[in-house]
Design a protein. Sequence first.
Length: 264
Amino acid sequence: MDTLGQIERDSTSKAAELLFNSKHAITLTGAGISTESGIPDFRGDNGIWKKYPIETFGAMESFLKDPSKFWKMAEEIAPTLFSAEPNQGHYALAALEKMRIIKAIITQNVDGLHQKAGAVIVYEIHGNINRFTCLGCRASYKKQQVLDKLKSEKKNPPSCDYCGAPLKPSVVLFGENLPNFEKYMSIDLAKKSDVMLIAGSSLTVSPVCDLPLYTLNENGKLIIVNDEPTYLDERAEVVINNKTGIILPLIVEEIKKIRVEHET
Ligand SMILES: [Zn+2]
């Protein structure tokens, strides 16, 4: 804990206390938790949208016009995305789920690293890179099937075996609506949660940035762990401006200590 100041230590303890005493805590995560796994924030200074403008390469409208542009970009980012491993932040959240502190993880990330770290109840509100759907007949494909297709058929965009239409990853593209199931579940969870732990999200992407408001409106409390400020910092119970990979494991340790104190 030596690298932390006293204020951060106090905040970490307070966050642990809040989570320990919660009845229905949930987590909302964003790009910040995966940057420590080597996945650059798509919207950040070194993000993919700087090199490939989102309107041309990441928007639904342009995908329908010419899916090969998206797939060209995907070819470049896929090795990083597919080879990324979870970091201490992901493992800490999986541990909190196992300890029955966290009831669910809502994530804006499409990298699947929460599940890779062992978390089970994960709502991927922006989709996932591990599934693909045909734009024509809606047949679904797994990641490995698509990788095999790309290798053997060398076609851009990869197309459906049944109808020949292009395949699209199950990620929510710019201009596309959120998947209904994930959207309704997330809003319901946010309303029910007495504590929402926001980890690695700067709360700038709509409509996900509104989810904490449902929690606040029901008198729930917010804990924000993010290395930059958010628009809800002033309304949060605890704000820690540091890396999730550093803070989340400390919160887990604190909760374990509190548990021991309560048992003895
Ligand atoms: Zn098809």
